[in-house]
Each structure stands twice: as structure tokens, then as C-alpha cells.
Design a protein around this ligand. Sequence first.
Ligand SMILES: [Fe+2]
Ligand SMILES: [Fe+2]
Length: 181
Amino acid sequence: MIDRNDSEALLEEYISNDNLQHHCRMVAEAMEAYARELGKDEGEVDRWWTAGLLHDLDWEQYPEEHPAKAVDEILPEQGYDESIVEAVKAHAPERTGKEPEEEIERYLYACDEISGFMYAVSLVRPNGFQDMKVSSVRKKLKDSSFASNVPREAIDKGAELIGKERSEHIRFLIDVFKKMG
Ligand SMILES: [Fe+2]
Ligand SMILES: [Fe+2]
């Protein structure tokens, strides 16, 4: 059985960039929180967390192939569950041709870009996530020069995929990221 420590070790083996590691951990926490909110059992909570943690595993070393290297080679070779591999595949539909359909896939897609965006917002605030309001995030979303590498359409599409208002999704994630410290 692969446990969380194994996945952490794999993350550190493939990713040396602290920011990217941090992004992966944020998405893992977001996925865990949603899995719990949805009442999943512990095994499923672990799978959601793991899909979040490893979704960008090959991004640093294989940016051209991402996420093919992870989904075709690394993750299956390590023995990761099919649902995790498929979720990683579906987080980048424009590269893999696989659209997020299963619940874990839709949530991963929905948590990815918004987490990166919210992290960027936290960096320009004195107290980071601690006193972040949904309105601060919304304002930055409207400012196309802010974190311009984050595609706003992907954020909207993500919220839609999980059937949430964008604001509701952001509010949930502020609470998750606040606890990460
Ligand atoms: Fe990615
Ligand atoms: Fe990502």
C-alpha cells in the first residue's frame, strides 16, 4: 500500500522548486477538504489528497510532456490507483484530450488553477490568507494584469464542473488555506 509519506517522498524526488511543491500541497489540502465535505470514506479521502499532491509531479522535469510522463509512466509504475492517474490526466484536458468527468476529476480540475491564483493573491496581502475576503479574490480576478498566466476561463469552468458558485468555492478554499498556515 502506498501511504501519504511515500507520496510526499515522490513529490520531493521529482520537484525541487519550493513554490511548485507548495502549490501541490495546497491542491492536496483542497482535495482532502472537499472529500471530507462530501462524506467520503478514509480510503477515498486519501485518494483525493494524493491526486491533488501529485497532479503536477512531472511539471518541473518534463514540462513539454506534462502530464503524460506522470500518467503514462511514473504513477502507474509506482502502483497508484487508476482513479488517481485518470484524475491527473484530466486536470490538463487541453494537453491530454481527457475531460474531467468523474467526481475526483472534476474536483481536481476545479481546485488547481484557483489555488494558484489565490496563492498569488495571498502574496500581495500582509496577512496572506488569514483575513482574505472573497471580494479580494474577485477583484483580482477582474484585473487581467494580475497573475495573467492563470486562465480565468479555467477557474469558471472548474466551479461549474463542481456545481458551485465561484464565490462559494473561493470561500471554502480560503478556510482550507487559512489552516495551512
Ligand atoms: Fe498541471
Ligand atoms: Fe497545478
